[in-house]
Write a protein that binds this ligand. Structure first.
Ligand code: NAG
Ligand code: NAG
Ligand code: NAG
Ligand code: NAG
Ligand code: NAG
Ligand code: NAG
Ligand code: ZN
Length: 514
């Protein structure tokens, strides 16, 4: 599919005198999924156009633009297409790309023992971190994810930390790269050294003027925090006014709390810096009230929470303070669209089941495609306290996705939001822009060096996968104690898809090189 591109006749080339060197693009004649900040709701414009100048949306019009266009504006015809804001992923670990498909059956217990930050640090060189992070971000961009909150727990040393940051910057995506402070005895990298390296990174500010910004990831707010360590880490957050603080929060049977209550007890929840609680499985009612009172958000990673077994018993009750995330993209989808769809349907299922459990039949649908779309976009921006991200509106960042409305999956659509949330796939995404720059164009990654990036990544992944497949990791088993509380590890029932006496669980198809 070709995009129509042409330059405007001279008659339009007048205004915007102060922006002589500006670069402008007009997306013309398509269906625009805009956002109306007065009503805080989506605003669909048919046969509309969107004008971008540099990194911002400067005009959203029904029909033709009402003002003269800047000189040299490139016009892209989007007849029969849908233009929307990019998706916002508020929880991801970009470095893990090299593990792709290794964890198709992993549980969280197994994840900690095989794939987590505390056991894999010795396998990854700085080059591996760089190329995995970069390939992972291109994967996200390809799927229309333009903003990523990266919980960067690849910070196993100075070189690996800098490599992950550099990859984030080089990708051109909007990455909230969040340096992870942790007790990394596996690589003998102390929190003290981490603090010193973090200072160097913050002072050098290599991300300044790019779409990447610096955040902090910290998973030891509770239970049993080391208060002086928390003070040191939060002190850095304040000193360098980081863009976000994020934490893995898993309460209930998991006991890996990092709850809103924990952070509040330490005096850091009511913060001018946004704090994102990833998963927030087993969030309490008190925790939800605290999130509302302090305007902090959770990141629901629908697929992850089902794949690993965190579950999300109460997340549907806190959707007013929720955004969507991916988590470990090596185990499943890396696009927020899939997360939005899964979350929509799993929430419907849950709320339908409540009615059925009362021996009644449900009359109405509990959640709309519109709500799923807002969670996937605008709410991610709100979680980061960025009103200019995740919305298509004048003044917002020009982070945009153009959908091919004539693809086999979309053909016949009427409601553009339903078309995206319930019918589209990543393959229907024609263009992706971040800060007004094409990151995907005509269905292809718009980066000249991408073929080389792929080659470098495959070489790195091949080596890492061999190490992973060859390493026999003794894992905790049913009956063993769970290290985070007094519970034991238990076994699930498994299903059998064969008639009669089947083969039970089935196989994994990993190439062991033998
Ligand atoms: C779309 O708007 C343009 C003017 O901006 C007009 O010429 C065209 O006829 C409109 N198309 C439809 C299908 O309404
Ligand atoms: C996944 O499958 C592999 C190979 O069959 C097995 O060793 C591993 O224990 C399984 N993991 C889980 C969590 O079931
Ligand atoms: C960490 O230090 C311990 C004790 O000094 C040593 O045995 C181990 O090899 C070190 N590990 C690494 C990755 O340097
Ligand atoms: C608690 O944190 C402080 C400051 O980082 C550190 O000096 C101390 O060793 C830590 N204590 C424990 C028990 O880890
Ligand atoms: C901190 O950064 C935010 C943007 O991330 C900005 O709005 C705010 O004014 C800054 N605060 C201080 C104290 O510099
Ligand atoms: C948060 O802090 C602000 C001032 O910094 C205060 O006005 C507000 O009441 C506080 N909210 C809560 C829930 O503590
Ligand atoms: Zn995670």
């Amino acid at each position: 599919m070709k995009f129509a591109s042409m330059h405007l006749p001279l008659i339009f080339s007048v205004a915007f005198p102060g922006l002589a060197a500006a670069s402008s693009i007009l997306f013309s004649g398509g269906t625009v999924i805009g956002f109306d900040s007065a009503t805080e709701s989506l605003d669909v414009i048919r046969n509309g156009s969107v004008l971008v100048t540099n990194d911002r949306i400067v005009g959203v019009y029904s029909r033709a633009p009402s003002t003269a266009l800047p000189k040299g504006t490139e016009i892209i015809d989007i007849t029969d297409k849908i233009i929307s804001t990019g998706f916002v992923d508020t929880h991801k670990h970009g470095w893990q790309t090299a593990f792709k498909t290794l964890g198709s059956n992993t549980s969280l217990v197994e994840y900690f023992g095989r794939y987590g930050q505390f056991v894999t640090g010795t396998i990854f060189t700085a080059d591996d971190v760089y190329i995995g992070q970069l390939a992972g971000i291109y994967e996200a961009l390809n799927g229309g994810v333009t903003t990523i909150l990266d919980h960067a727990h690849h910070t196993w040393g100075t070189a690996q930390s800098n490599a992950g940051l550099k990859a984030s910057i080089d990708s051109g995506a909007r990455v909230f790269w969040s340096y992870a402070f942790a007790h990394l005895t596996n690589v003998n990298y102390t929190v003290e050294q981490q603090v010193s390296d973090f200072r160097d990174i913050a002072k050098a500010a290599s991300f300044k003027g790019t779409a990447t910004s610096l955040g902090i990831a910290y998973d030891s707010f509770g239970p049993n925090p080391n208060v002086s360590e928390v003070d040191v880490v939060m002190g850095l957050a304040k000193e360098f006014n980081v863009s976000v603080i994020t934490t893995h929060s898993l309460q209930g049977p998991w006991g890996f709390d990092n709850s809103p209550e924990d952070v509040n007890n330490l005096g850091f929840l009511n913060n001018s810096i946004p704090i994102v609680f990833s998963h927030a499985s087993f969030l309490t009612n008190a925790g939800a009230s605290l999130l509302r009172a302090t305007n902090q958000y959770i990141s629901i990673t629908a697929e992850s929470e089902m794949h690993y077994g965190h579950t999300h018993p109460h997340s549907h009750l806190i959707q007013d303070q929720a955004s969507l995330g991916i988590d470990t993209h090596f185990t499943f989808s890396s696009d927020i669209l899939t997360q939005a769809r899964l979350w929509l349907q799993v929430t419907r299922r849950l709320l339908y089941a409540e009615v059925l459990a009362r021996w009644e039949v449900p009359a109405n649908s509990p959640m709309s495609a519109d709500q799923a779309f807002l969670l996937a976009t605008r709410h991610g921006g709100l979680a980061l306290r960025r009103g200019d991200i995740g919305v298509l509106a004048v003044g917002a960042k020009a982070d945009l996705v153009v959908w091919d409305g004539t693809s086999p999956a979309l053909l016949g659509w009427n409601d553009p939001v339903a078309a995206i949330i319930l019918h589209a796939s990543v393959g229907d995404i024609e263009h992706v822009l971040v800060d007004g720059k094409f990151k995907k164009r005509d269905f292809k990654i718009a980066e000249r060096t991408y073929p080389d990036i792929k080659k470098r990544f495959l070489k790195s992944a091949k080596r890492i996968q061999k190490v992973m497949v060859d390493t026999v990791t003794p894992l905790p088993r049913a009956g063993d104690p769970w290290p985070y509380n007094e519970l034991n590890i238990g076994e699930t029932n498994t299903v059998d898809t064969l008639r009669g006496k089947g083969k039970g669980y089935g196989e994994l198809f990993l190439d062991t090189g033998k």
